[in-house]
Design a protein. Structure first.
Length: 67
């Protein structure tokens, strides 16, 4: 199972830089980099915090696929 994320897409649409998003959700920029590259599975709290920034549901940002 692989995690598909749309964080980068939403972040770019909002005109927010990786470090700005990291500050908003209180993580390091590297965490956002790894998350966007599919190398990090976020905690439920982090997923919810990011979804709140973009005013969308967690399911809109993250999806598990059968890859």
């Amino acid at each position: 199972m692989a995690l598909r994320t749309r964080v980068k897409e939403y972040r770019e649409k909002a005109g927010i830089k990786q470090n700005e998003l990291a500050e908003l959700v209180k993580v390091r920029r590297e965490t956002i980099v790894h998350l966007e590259n599919g190398r990090y599975n976020p905690s439920l709290k982090l997923a919810m915090d990011i979804a709140k920034v973009f005013h969308v549901s967690v399911e809109e940002l993250f999806e598990f696929t059968d890859d």
